[in-house]
Design a binder for this molecule. Structure first.
Ligand SMILES: *Cc1c(COP(=O)(O)O)cnc(C)c1O
Length: 307
């Protein structure tokens, strides 16, 4: 079994204390997906769970997937393989390079193959998986990032993790979710879990023309859901992985004031976008929100300009 059904790491839920929140009268609790396990971290674990169950249904002995040299997805997969004792193979974009992420993948026992850039671009071609499936007949292939409906279904579990801990905050309920979006898979999972009960607000880490909304819609349609309650905000600050001085300073000050570690690509941008929305009056005083810390801290070691 790749996925032991009785093993689901629990993310702690904590109140976030920052001056700009206190002033606004808005309360935010953080669901710390960065702290689910000593090895595995972030939303990528939840996106993997349904894929692991599918692998178990076919009797696979491990998982093969792809990503870049800083990939949070490959990191979570390799960590899960190490933690739960299954084989992992990673197909990497570009040419061999040593990053902190790559060093971890190797230490976790993931077998790596570098595809170059052209080879990686071919990942959506119809025949792409054939030679890999021939080479690794006992492995289950997971698409880049663990996305799609399977990825979203795994993220439904986040709602339960919040409900079960709400009382520890002294909250009886909350008004909505706020989280960073790359493909929108995690957001789609929360929208499915809420089924219209509470809105889900997505802070886009990629520019608006990256097609996140159509991807979210496709997942929801496939799951048979219409008129779902969610809203997307541009939080990309000029492009994915663009880091400006204001963002860098915001992350540093937030960390110092609250002790909450953030990285600049997703969680830092998402929290800054929330601050901007609160300052522009988007939420009334008394609103209670869950901010999902989607992890990604392992990847920030790749930012040499960021320390
Ligand atoms: C991948 C990732 C996201 C985006 O998740 P999606 O499901 O693709 O929207 C957000 N935050 C972090 C830290 C990630 O690694």
């Amino acid at each position: 079994m790749l996925f032991p059904s009785d093993w689901l790491p629990q993310a702690p839920l904590e109140l976030l204390q920052l001056d700009w929140l206190t002033t606004s009268g808005i309360e935010v609790a953080i669901l710390r997906l960065d702290q689910i396990d000593p090895l595995i971290s972030g939303n990528k674990w939840f996106k993997l769970t349904e894929h692991l169950k599918a692998a178990d249904r076919t009797g696979a002995q491990g998982v093969i997937s792809l990503g870049g040299a800083h990939s949070n997805h490959l990191h979570a997969l390799a960590a899960a393989g190490k933690r739960l004792g299954f084989e992992t193979v990673g197909l990497l974009r570009g040419h061999p390079q040593q990053t902190p992420t790559v060093a971890d993948l190797q230490a976790f026992g993931m077998q790596l193959h570098w595809l170059g850039y052209g080879g990686y671009r071919a990942r959506h071609d119809p025949g792409f998986w054939e030679p890999w499936q021939a080479r690794y007949p006992n492995l289950h292939a997971v698409p880049e990032g663990g996305g799609g409906l399977a990825g979203a279904l795994g993220c439904k579990a986040l709602k339960q993790q919040v409900s079960s801990q709400l009382s520890t905050l002294g909250w009886s309920d909350f008004h909505g979710w706020w989280l960073a979006c790359g493909t929108g898979t995690t957001l789609a999972g929360l929208v499915l879990a809420e089924a219209g009960e509470r809105p889900v607000y997505g802070a886009l880490a990629v520019p608006e023309d990256h097609g996140v909304a159509p991807q979210v819609e496709a997942i929801l349609r496939e799951a048979g859901m219409v008129n779902a309650g969610y809203e997307l905000f541009d939080a990309s600050r000029g492009g994915f992985a663009k880091v400006d001085p204001l963002l860098r300073e915001f992350i540093q000050l937030s960390e110092q004031a609250s002790g909450l570690p953030l990285e600049p690509l997703y969680t830092g941008k998402a929290l800054l976008a929330l601050k901007e929305q609160i300052e522009s009056g988007r939420f009334e005083s008394g609103t209670r929100l869950i901010f999902v810390h989607t992890g990604g801290l392992q990847g920030r070691r790749g930012f040499t300009s960021y320390s």
